[in-house]
Design a protein around this ligand. Structure first.
Ligand code: SF4
Length: 522
């Protein structure tokens, strides 16, 4: 196997014997085959707009290959076979020869500019597919996104000059921003605009379910089925921002939040007397002590873990999860959980609508000098050393600055009390990783109100990355012309020195350095 798609890849180069994430060589080979067959299907499908069904195939298959989604080699091999059969039916049994990818094992090579650009595009498409899928289950689609999921894979199977690759990556970044907007619209039109909400980390006595991942539709169906069942629901990881949505928080069974970021799950779930549902990525192979507490749904899968499928109408019956929670019974007394800095409550819900509803206050605070700087510290958390940088950075931000955050990297600091500035809480949690859309929307609105460009704002962007959604978000920020982003804690293995040079010279992209250096260098 060779996989280098995430930040924790072995030795910063690539996983070759076994994934650091736990992905086996069989699963890795099957996921390479999925990608290879998708490229062939994409080439076969070129020249006509994709049907909804074809776009869904690309969403599901690309999403399956995102880090920490599927550990099920048989399911992945079956999916690759289905894609191949579909293509053969279209081409009347003829094979499709890809221009630049000879076989599944030759998909990625990091050393060359071509290999690096192909990796950026394919990995970005994997991330976008996850966002498109979340919008899809809520009934929202964008034909531009659907067309790019297919056409982008066809383009990734070819050779291009460097300027052509840069144009492709720019166009992809723009369409991914449209996808982020689509998902924002899907979430807010179904569940309302998030409102600032304080969330407790105390687990009440009695049976409960912990829900992880990003899929608000799954959470909504689960809450509907848990209401008045005697089983409470707690969010985990990237599901925390769900508490801000009016149509989700109205459920009395949605009690609070359990746990910190995904990489701590094996420790935090080991003594958990509750059921756990994984709706999207961030599953770690469960330890035997709690494996029978765990359920997966959608593309998330692990051998030996119960899976909840949707019926043909998209409805999911979570009664097995609810029954398991009742069997486990929960804690007898209230269980006080704390964040990594000892805080017991978290605040979320500062998406674009909430922040822009007080835009005059923010602009006034900037103009009067009460707020001197804004830090956007967002992205994924991860297990490798060096991530306490993000805690130290936020702790060190000056008292006259705002800190915007999103995604699960915030669990490094979101239980800190940073106080207020200019009548606003200093720490504003904008939501999940896809809520990078909110951050850009707010930055664009502030720039407009202040009569400056987005790069002239007193804004420092520090991104922590782990998996492929961070890749597509980064490509969107670059496509929108956002410059001088700091990226850490390490640079992606799939970015070659040549591509890095372009990103540094054209966009000012730089690795994170020291807290003191990054606080002052804007
Ligand atoms: Fe390694 Fe990351 Fe690939 Fe897992 S997803 S095999 S940890 S590079």
């Amino acid at each position: 196997m060779f996989c280098f798609q995430c930040e924790q890849t072995a030795h910063g180069v690539g996983c070759v014997d076994l994934g650091v994430c736990g992905k086996t060589p069989d699963t890795s080979a099957a996921q390479d085959l999925i990608t290879f067959e998708l490229m062939k299907l994409a080439v076969a499908a070129e020249g006509r707009p994709p049907t909804a069904e074809l776009a869904l195939t690309f969403m599901e298959a690309l999403f399956t290959t995102v880090t920490n989604v599927s550990f099920d080699a048989d399911a992945c091999a079956g999916l690759a076979q289905t894609i191949a059969e579909r293509r053969l039916a279209w081409t009347h049994g003829q094979d499709v020869v890809l221009e630049a990818v000879a076989e599944p094992g030759a998909l990625f090579e990091s050393a060359t500019t071509e290999g690096s650009c192909r990796a950026l595009l394919v990995l970005g498409l994997r991330g976008m597919a996850a966002y498109a899928y979340h919008a899809h289950v809520l009934g929202h689609h964008d034909p531009r996104v659907d067309a790019w999921l297919v056409g982008g894979m066809a383009q990734a199977s070819r050779s291009h000059s460097v300027p052509e690759w840069l144009e492709l990556l720019h166009d992809f970044g723009m369409v991914n921003f449209a996808c982020l907007e689509l998902l924002d619209h899907a979430n807010t039109s179904c569940f309302g605009d998030p409102e600032p909400t304080e969330v407790s980390m105390r687990v009440q006595p009695g049976p409960f379910i912990v829900v992880s991942g990003h899929d608000l539709h799954d959470l909504s169906m689960l809450l509907e089925q848990c209401e008045n069942s005697g089983v409470d629901v707690y969010t985990h990881g990237e599901m925390l921002p769900a508490h801000g949505y009016p149509a989700l928080r109205r459920y009395s069974c949605l009690k609070g939040h359990f746990g910190t970021a995904w990489q701590n799950q094996r420790k935090e779930f080991s003594e958990l007397p509750g059921a756990v549902l994984f709706t999207t990525n961030c599953l770690m192979p469960p330890l035997s002590g709690y494996q029978d507490h765990v359920f997966t749904t959608a593309m998330v899968a692990h051998p030996g873990v119960s899976h909840i499928d949707a019926d043909p109408d998209g409805h999911k019956d979570f009664s097995r999860v609810i029954t398991r929670a009742k069997e486990l019974g929960g804690w007898a007394e209230p269980h006080n959980f704390t964040g990594i800095n000892g805080g017991s409550t978290l605040t979320t819900g500062f998406a674009h609508h909430a922040v822009l509803s007080v835009a005059d206050t923010v602009v006034g605070a900037i103009e009067s000098g009460q707020v001197n700087h804004i830090y956007l510290v967002g992205g994924c958390d991860g297990a490798l050393h060096g991530r306490n940088y993000f805690t130290q950075l936020v702790e060190s931000t000056p008292a006259d600055s705002l800190v915007l955050t999103l995604a699960c990297g915030k669990f490094r600091f979101n239980d800190l009390d940073l106080g207020t500035v200019g009548g606003l809480p200093r720490l504003l949690d904008m939501g999940q990783c896809n809520d990078a859309y909110s951050a850009v929307t707010v930055a664009q609105a502030l720039a407009k109100a202040l009569g400056v460009g987005i790069n002239d704002l007193p804004l420092t962007i520090v991104l922590s990355w782990y998996e492929q959604k961070a890749v597509c978000v980064l490509l969107s920020l670059l496509a929108l012309g956002v410059k001088n982003i700091r990226l850490g804690p390490t640079l992606p293995a799939f970015v070659s020195p040549g591509v890095l040079e372009v990103l540094a010279s054209d966009f000012g992209l730089a690795p994170t350095s020291t807290v003191q250096n990054d606080l002052v260098s804007q």
